[in-house]
Structures are given as structure tokens and as C-alpha cells.
Design a protein around this ligand. Structure first.
Ligand code: ADP
Ligand code: MG
Length: 557
């Protein structure tokens, strides 16, 4: 049974597996590696990925994207008559990836290592684990995205030292400073702008096109805006390989067009770059390092592919960054390597699986001030490198006390009641005057969130031990089981005919976006194609499929 690594992205998701000494990316049903993190409903059918992305235009009321931003909150996302927690929608994406992986590997996949942004708090991490459980995946390990990127990058670069990871995705920029030393990857500082990504560039390009024809982008209908944004994204991607691109669009019978090159892009997006610069500055300041101290600046995320990004960073930081091999795939590679480490693959055995503990763990102590609220005494501090162990000494409170009850908490607050209670452990002690007992409490916290608490009194006459599994899940076992059942009632339509389903979805989207003769023509082709499909008329189906494909290619050129 394979363990896979998953980059569950805001915009795109990807799974990878470590096999035969190397990392392999797992293709989806369309033969592509990146699966858009978009979920759409069509009655009781669920659609995930590229087809769902088309539905953002044709069926926006029942389609959701970018729900990763809401992970860890109780905000429900309403799709038609149904409503979902963010982790349930994420589970639908994970289910799709799991299914694609099983098909690709030819064996069941029941466990995954999922990457999460380094700044994700406990709630967001718990929601990600829940998403895994709801998708039928055991998720013992989450890995920080910059650690995964650094690990995968390092396997190639053989770098050691402090690196800055600049992860520029579709909707977020995450900048992290990581220390890679002797097979340990440690996060030193993180900073981010969760409203800055490739989408903002698309918008600036669309606004530029409109402004050059004295139009206001904000004043356009949502459907037209969506079409322009799609066009802008396409042009932006073309600029990766081309000096200049012509963007043109037929708006109300009028042809509007403008030339775009990287110089213009830099000008239109000046404020976006300024924000990116501030994010980098903050991460560096918090880390205590300067640009010249860094062993490397690693660029990851799809938006780092824009040539203007390394160009900007070179002038901003006074040194050249390294663009990761496949910037939008490298986090998944890292997660896949972590999955391999977890499976104890021989060739990965000397890489240590490390991470930091994102919260503090400790015990309750008596409040001597007369305030009835008990106080939290930290044993393992947040940001400790895992696995971590620490011992603290306590004593008895009353004369003749015969036992102590160690109440274990997780959190950062002064009063225990403001932290999360994990459980308790009882230790019998020798009766003696107050303040004379020597009680040693040792916490050992490992990489899988398993906390072992050992307590002993005096010369180990009395000892006690208890294991706490801090999965930090917010939902109960029953709730999870009920939700798994509910998600199973939705039939996944990304089944046999994904290619033709995508073509139909794309045709319907273009139909929605156009007017006039083109629209009539597409409508006619769609009707004929669907009919041929329903009648099982293969020959005509193939012919119409080709016609529809050619027309859409020509139309969206
Ligand atoms: P996320 O981490 O948010 O899931 P990705 O790392 O996959 O996202 O990045 C998605 C973003 O990358 C999108 O905004 C997309 O337009 C952009 N992108 C992908 N390829 C290119 C390219 N060749 N040139 C410019 N931008 C690109
Ligand atoms: Mg990403």
C-alpha cells in the first residue's frame, strides 16, 4: 500500500509518490499533473478539477474555488441547496487525487502526507487532517510547504545553509526563511500576503486592456469580467516564453486589443511588486538574516514562472534567485519525498523528518495568588524542533498529599482555562510536608503528534506514564463517519469520459461568454455532439468532437 504526498493548493493540487529511488508525479484522468482545486455540483454529481473550473463561469452558484483560504473556520460554503465546510470541499479534491493515484499505481492508497502553509495554525491544520479523513486517507503527517519545497529543491541542489523560499501561487504569496543543516530543515521565519497572487496579475492585465479602450473593468458584467480574466491569464502565461503578446477581445461587436510585454506588465503591477517586497522584508527581518547571508533564494509556485518575478527579486534583493525546476510542482515533490521517508524507503533513511511544534504543551499548576483559575506551566515550547522532549520539576501543594493529578494542556495562554485540555495523568506520591516532594514530569512529543507524558516522584519509587494522541480534530468520530457517508452519496462524474466532459464544459462556457453568430455556431455544435453521444453514434461523435475542438481552439487562440 503506497503512501502519497499531496500539495493541496489554493489554486491547484498535485500528488506525487516516491518509487524506485525517485519522485513521480501522478497524472489525473486528463493526463495532466495539476488538478485545479475547484469543486462543482450538478445535482447529486460532483465534478472536480479542470471541468469544475469551466463551471465557475457556467454554473457559479454551485461551484467553489479557493476554499483553502477558509480552512479552519466554521464558515459554510453554499452551493445551490447544499452547504459545506471548507474541509469537506477539500476532501472532495483529495478523493479525486486518491482515486487518480490508485488508478496510476494499481494499488490502494490509504495514507497521505499533505503539505500546508507554514503559517497554518492548529485549527487550519486540524481541518486539513479532517479533509484527509473524510477522503478516506490516513493523514498522520502534515508538512510545511516551504520545508517540502526546500527538501525537494535540496535533493537536486545539494544546498546547505539558510534559504529564503518565495512561494508565489494563484492567490497567495508565502515567504519563508528555512535553515537546512545536516538533513534537518527548520523554519526560521514566515511571512505572507494571503491576498496577493497570480489572480491579481490577471486582473491588472484585464484592467489595462479595458483602460486602453476607455472602459472600466469594474463596470462590466461578471460574465465578461470572467472571460477577460481568463484571457488575461492566458496572455500572462504566454509572456513566459514570448516577448510580446497581443490580447484582443470582441466586446459588444467591437474588437478591443492591446499589446502586452514584460515591461508593461511591470508598470501595471508596480503596487503588487511593492507588496511582494514588503513581504520578503518582513520575513528577513523576523529571521534576523540579511539577503547576503542566504545560501539561496528558491522561487516556487506557478506565478514565479513569470520572468518579471526573478527580475524583480534580483533588483530588490541585490542577488539572483534560483527558479525551482518545476515551480508549481516542487511542493508536491517534497510532500512525496516525506511520504517516502515515512515509508522508511532505504535511500531516504538519513534524511530526518523534522518539523516544529506549532503550539506549546504543558501542565496545570496551582495558583497561589488566591485566584481560583489555575495557571499553565509550559513543558515543550512552541517552535521546538520535533521530535522534542523536556523535563520540568514540580512539588506537592499540601502536607501529606498522596497523589498528584497532572492535567495536560496545549496552547499559549496564561490561564489553563484558555488553553485546550488534552487529558490527565495520576501519580501516587509519598505523603510528606508541602513543598518537599520532587516530581519530575517529562513530555516527549514526536513528529506524528503523539505526546508521551512520564511522571515520577523521588527516586522513581512512584511512576506513571500516559500517551496522548493530539490529532487536534474538531469533529468527533461520529461526526466524521456521518460526513464520510454524506460525501459518498455524491457520485463523482470525473469518470470515463473526462476528455469529452471537459470539451462540453468548455463549449458551454464559451457559449455563455459569447454572443451572435459564434454563439449560434457553438450552440449547434454542442447540441449535435451531445446527441451523437446520447445515441451512441461513435463515428459522428468523433467527427463532431474534432469540429468542436477545432472551433474552440480557433476561437480562444
Ligand atoms: P497555488 O499554490 O495557489 O495552488 P500554483 O502554484 O499552482 O497555485 O500557481 C497558480 C498560479 O500560477 C496561477 O495564478 C497561474 O496563472 C500562475 N501560472 C501558472 N503557470 C504560469 C506561467 N507559465 N506564467 C505565469 N503564471 C503562471
Ligand atoms: Mg502552492
Amino acid at each position: 500500500m503506497a503512501v502519497i504526498g499531496i500539495d493541496l493548493g489554493t489554486t491547484n493540487s498535485l500528488a506525487a509518490v516516491y518509487r524506485n529511488g525517485k519522485i513521480e508525479q501522478i497524472p489525473n484522468g486528463l493526463g495532466e499533473y495539476l488538478t485545479p482545486s475547484v469543486v462543482s455540483f450538478d445535482n447529486e454529481n460532483v465534478i472536480v478539477g479542470a471541468i469544475a473550473k469551466e463551471c465557475l463561469v457556467t454554473n457559479p452558484g454551485e461551484t467553489a474555488a479557493a476554499f483553502k483560504r477558509k480552512m479552519g473556520t466554521d464558515q459554510k460554503i453554499t452551493l445551490g441547496e447544499k452547504s459545506f465546510l471548507p474541509q469537506e470541499l477539500s476532501a472532495l479534491v483529495l478523493k479525486q487525487l486518491k482515486e487518480d493515484a490508485e488508478k496510476y499505481l494499481g494499488e490502494p492508497v490509504e495514507e497521505a502526507v499533505i503539505s500546508v502553509p507554514a503559517y497554518f495554525n492548529d485549527n487550519q491544520r486540524a481541518a486539513t487532517k479532517e479533509a484527509g479523513l473524510l477522503a478516506g486517507l490516513k493523514v498522520e503527517r502534515l508538512v510545511n510547504e516551504p520545508s517540502a519545497a526546500a527538501l525537494a529543491g535540496r535533493m537536486k541542489l545539494e544546498e546547505e545553509g539558510v534559504c529564503l523560499v518565495f512561494d508565489f501561487g494563484g492567490g497567495t504569496l508565502d515567504v519563508s526563511v528555512v535553515d537546512i543543516f545536516e538533513n534537518i530543515i527548520e523554519i526560521v521565519a514566515v511571512s505572507g500576503d494571503n491576498q496577493l497572487g497570480g489572480n491579481d496579475f490577471d486582473r491588472k492585465i484585464a484592467e489595462y486592456l479595458c483602460a486602453s479602450h476607455n472602459m472600466d473593468f469594474d463596470g462590466l458584467e461578471p460574465g465578461v469580467q470572467a472571460a477577460l480574466l481568463r484571457l488575461a491569464e492566458k496572455s500572462k502565461k504566454e509572456l513566459t516564453h514570448q516577448e510580446t503578446v497581443l490580447i484582443h477581445y470582441e466586446l459588444d461587436g467591437e474588437d478591443i486589443g492591446v499589446f502586452l510585454n514584460n515591461e508593461v506588465l511591470v508598470k501595471c503591477c508596480e503596487d503588487l511588486f511593492a507588496r511582494a517586497g514588503r513581504t520578503v522584508e518582513r520575513a528577513l527581518r523576523d529571521s534576523g538574516y540579511h539577503a547576503e547571508d542566504l545560501a539561496d533564494i528558491i522561487l516556487v509556485g506557478g506565478s514565479s514562472k513569470m520572468p518579471v518575478v526573478p527580475y524583480f527579486l534580483t533588483s530588490f534583493m541585490g542577488r539572483k534567485p534560483t527558479l525551482a525546476g518545476s515551480p508549481d510542482e516542487i511542493v508536491a515533490h517534497g510532500a512525496g519525498i516525506y511520504a517516502g521517508i515515512k515509508e522508511r524507503k532505504e535511500d531516504l533513511k538519513d534524511i530526518l523528518l523534522t518539523d516544529i511544534c506549532p503550539f506549546t504543551l504543558g501542565v496545570e499548576v496551582n495558583n497561589r495568588s488566591g485566584d481560583r483559575r489555575s495557571i499553565f506551566s509550559p513543558v515543550i515550547e512552541r517552535n521546538s524542533v520535533l521530535p522534542s522532549a523536556n523535563t520540568q520539576r514540580y512539588t506537592n501543594v499540601y502536607d501529606g498529599q498522596s497523589k498528584v493529578v497532572l492535567r495536560v494542556y496545549q496552547g499559549e495562554e496564561y490561564y489553563c482555562e484558555d488553553n485546550l485540555f488534552l487529558g490527565e495523568l495520576e501519580l501516587p506520591i509519598q505523603p510528606m510536608p508541602a513543598g518537599h516532594a520532587c516530581i519530575r514530569v517529562t513530555f516527549s512529543y514526536d513528529i506524528n503528534g503523539i505526546l508521551v507524558v512520564d511522571a515520577c516522584e523521588g527516586e522513581e519509587k512512584n511512576t506513571a506514564q500516559k500517551v496522548f494522541i493530539s490529532q487536534n480534530l474538531r469533529l468527533s468520530k461520529q461526526e466524521i463517519d456521518a460526513k464520510i457517508k454524506e460525501l459518498e452519496t455524491y457520485k463523482n462524474r470525473n469518470g470515463r469520459n473526462v476528455h469529452s466532459d471537459l470539451l462540453l464544459a468548455r463549449g458551454k462556457r464559451v457559449f455563455a461568454e459569447t454572443t451572435g453568430l459564434n454563439r449560434q455556431h457553438i450552440g449547434e455544435l454542442l447540441r449535435q455532439y451531445e446527441r451523437a453521444f446520447a445515441d451512441g453514434d461513435r463515428e459522428n461523435g468523433v467527427r463532431l468532437q474534432k469540429m468542436l475542438e477545432d472551433f474552440l481552439e480557433q476561437f480562444e487562440k
